[in-house]
Write a protein that binds this ligand. Structure first.
Ligand code: MN
Length: 738
């Protein structure tokens, strides 16, 4: 079915040209001689190549590459090459044009970038397995040309902005992946504005109710906030004008995503989040005066409002590793409300919003090397690929999110490390060999163990010994991906060496007992000891973990072992996970929960305890059948983005007969009879069965948790509403797990 039977092609043509002209306008800043022609050429080629294609929304496909190019130019600040590549980014993948064509029409540089983009989308956009491995590939291309990643981010941003027209399951997958990979990546590249928008859009599609709720509440408080900011700024503006400092002052609301994060992680209700917005003072200041001018503004602000001493952050003297520079303080504003104030220059502000791309405008910036430094580190990690790509990704993400500390070598060289980094991390950051031989360190001239957690400003002298080798428990002491992967490699190497010894020992023993030292016999022995591989067997032999006296028993039982081999072969032929997925899918494209209770093996996941009415999906586990998770489960984003191929659509039947467990958290003021009032409502009025209840009181407040059996979300909401009305109760919230 076509939405419109006739499409006004003339009007569309006009619209395409309009959008193209807007793109050129956005490029103006960086245009040099001949650039306009290049962009026009790319546009004409893309227009022709995509001419018969339409997006899911029904719009001409060319809107998409134009929009991506526009984002590159305007929101990331990229130049002509990137704009050309963005216009052509889907051409090789989706149309008849080849890379050779691009190379011939433009050049080697353009062909390389588009090749990178095509590879990424080839591995990303299909619902292929293990996204983490693909992410690794994507980052590898980053070391070749960072523009590939920046254009890919622009591509993703536009796809997120136009996600409305996709099907729900696609929306969920794309939004989850965005939250899991792209937003952290944007953050690491210092693209703050894009990161924030990706996060907000990600939330909008993964948890629409939560998103809408916060959005409405923010809107409600808007005019009051504006008044507050004006009142706050009046005296400060006056002084700034007096001393002739040009300043722009804005109230920056926190992103919906970060507000939701706070509600979730800190458990505070919306009304109690005091830093819903920050006040940002952006000053025009010449490069040599930036720092002193910012501190001048700080001094003016704190003349009027008292600062909180613990909440001063100076990212001007030591910028964050992603390049962020700013001065933050939290002060007591009018009405006795704490307000965060961010002070920065125009250059710093542009940098914070647009990231490294903005750097290229300010050539003499000292931070230019930091992107190179970061890319160098990633390269190193990537060149040592872990067997388990997911593990790699988690280590890597840890580093993406981490806040940083700064520590110094004895010579005063500064090292940036994630928070909680230890002396051992520091040693590995200096050099792999320094890490491997590390026996301890002197921090500020005092002897400390390897596991010592560093603080900003620590001066670290690493102590080494030639006798030292990496140990298994070192993995518990380090937080950087670099140190982790180096230690794992060293341990693997060590294990391999020991296994070699064990192999020789075992061979001697076999000869002694007149058993042939064949692969089959070795495997049988490994099976006999229930070990996963012959290498593991050799290793255990070498470290004395296996009593070789058992070998005699093994020889005697060999008859039965042979028999066992038969059955083992059978289990080897058991269906692979992919087959399992296919099998389950074949049976039920949409898993209907509540029906088929016995036919399909599924469980309600304990991490989010879904109940009927919740938006849910099924996840195929290896040993426990299908597990049902809520779409807003804390684990959902990771599951959906990493294992999309194991996800089954699921919905509830209307089953009044079955009851499900749900947890409710209640807080309030401790009053006489409160607990009995609460339990009365639960058991009498609504006929709900309670499974457990616990209450804690502390200084006149109480916090309680109740687990109850309910039929569905309507039932649960009704119950929560009633509980809220009990005198003394302040908040009633659903708990994720019971
Ligand atoms: Mn695209």
């Amino acid at each position: 079915m076509q939405k419109q039977s006739t499409i006004d092609l003339e009007a569309e043509k006009k619209e395409i040209l309009k959008r193209y002209r807007a793109l050129l306008q956005a490029c103006k800043r960086t245009l040099e001689k001949g650039d306009k022609l290049l962009i026009r050429k790319a546009f004409d080629i893309a227009l022709e190549a995509h001419k018969d294609m339409r997006r899911k929304s029904g719009e001409p496909y060319i809107y998409h590459p134009i929009a991506v190019a526009h984002i590159c130019a305007e929101e990331i600040g990229l130049g002509t090459t990137s704009v050309v590549c963005a216009l052509l980014h889907d051409v090789v993948e989706d149309t008849d044009l080849t890379l050779d064509d691009i190379r011939g029409l433009f050049g080697e540089k353009e062909a390389k970038i588009i090749d990178g983009l095509t590879k990424i989308s080839g591995v990303f956009d299909q619902s292929s397995s293990l996204q983490a491995e693909n992410f690794r590939k994507m980052l590898l291309t980053l070391s070749e040309d960072v523009r590939v990643i920046l254009i890919k981010l622009a591509d993703r941003l536009h796809n997120m902005r136009t996600l409305e027209s996709m099907k729900r399951d696609k929306q969920l997958k794309i939004a989850s992946e965005t939250l899991y990979l792209y937003a952290p990546l944007a953050h690491r590249l210092g693209l703050n504005a894009i990161k924030t928008e990706l996060e907000d859009l990600g939330l909008k599609y993964t948890e629409p109710d939560v998103y809408d709720d916060i959005q409405v509440r923010l809107k409600e408080g808007e005019s009051e906030r504006k008044k507050f900011i004006t009142r706050f700024m009046v005296p400060i503006k006056e002084i700034l004008e007096e001393i002739g400092l040009k300043a722009k002052i804005i109230g920056r609301p926190k992103s919906i995503y970060s507000i939701n994060n706070k509600i979730k992680t800190k458990g505070v209700p919306f009304e109690e989040i005091y830093d819903l917005f920050a006040i940002r003072i952006i000053i025009d200041s010449p490069p040599d005066k930036e720092k002193s001018d910012c501190w001048r503004v700080y001094s003016i602000v704190t003349d009027f409002y008292h600062p909180s001493p613990e909440r001063l952050r100076d990212w001007i003297s030591t910028p964050k590793a992603n390049g962020y520079e700013s001065l933050h303080t939290t002060v007591m504003g009018p009405d006795g409300k704490w307000v965060e104030v961010q002070i920065r220059t125009t250059r710093m502000d542009e940098l914070a919003e647009k990231g490294y791309a903005a750097h290229w405008k300010y050539k003499d910036s000292a931070n230019e090397n930091q992107l190179d430094e970061w890319i160098r580190k990633i390269r190193e990690i990537l060149e040592n690929p872990q067997e388990n790509a997911l593990e790699f990704l988690d280590d890597f993400k840890l580093n993406l999110f981490a806040e940083e500390i700064f520590a110094f070598t004895p010579k005063g060289e500064m090292k940036t490390l994630p928070i909680n980094a230890t002396a051992l991390d520091f040693a590995f950051d200096i050099h792999t060999q320094v890490g491997e031989k590390c026996i301890g360190a002197k921090v500020n001239h005092k002897l400390v163990p390897l596991s010592y957690k560093l603080k900003s400003g620590d001066q670290v002298e690493v102590l080494t010994s030639n006798k030292q080798t990496p140990k298994e428990d070192w993995l518990n002491y380090v937080v950087t991906a670099r140190a982790k992967s180096k230690i794992k490699n060293a341990l693997k190497e060590e294990r391999r060496r020991i296994s070699e010894d064990g192999r020789e020992m075992l061979e001697r023993k076999f000869n002694h007992l007149k058993i042939d030292f064949t692969v089959q016999n070795i495997n049988q022995l490994a099976n006999y000891f229930k070990l996963p591989s012959s290498q593991e067997l050799f290793y255990r032999v070498a470290v004395g973990n296996i009593n070789l006296k058992h070998l005699k028993d093994f020889r005697q039982e060999q008859g039965t072992i042979v028999h066992k081999t038969g059955s083992i072969k059978k289990t080897e032929a058991a269906p692979s996970l992919e087959q399992m997925v296919a099998n389950t899918r074949g049976k039920a494209d949409m898993l209907v929960i509540g029906e088929n209770l016995n036919k399909i093996d599924y469980k309600l996941s304990p991490c989010c305890t879904p109940i009927p009415g919740d938006d849910v999906f099924g996840f195929i586990t290896i040993n426990e059948g299908i597990k049902i998770h809520r779409v807003n489960c804390p684990n959902a984003v990771q599951l959906l983005s990493n294992y999309a191929y194991r996800v089954v659509k699921a919905k509830w039947t209307s089953q009044e007969l079955i009851s499900f467990l749900a947890g409710i958290k209640i807080t309030g003021i401790d009053e006489v009879g409160l607990v009995s009032n609460i339990t009365k409502i639960i058991s009498n009025e609504l006929n709900v069965n309670m499974r457990s209840i616990s209450f804690d009181t502390n200084d006149g407040t109480f916090e309680g948790s109740v687990t109850v059996f309910v039929h569905d979300t309507t039932h649960l909401t009704e119950l929560m509403k009633k509980l809220k009305k009990v005198h003394g109760v302040l908040t009633v919230t659903r708990m994720d797990s019971n």
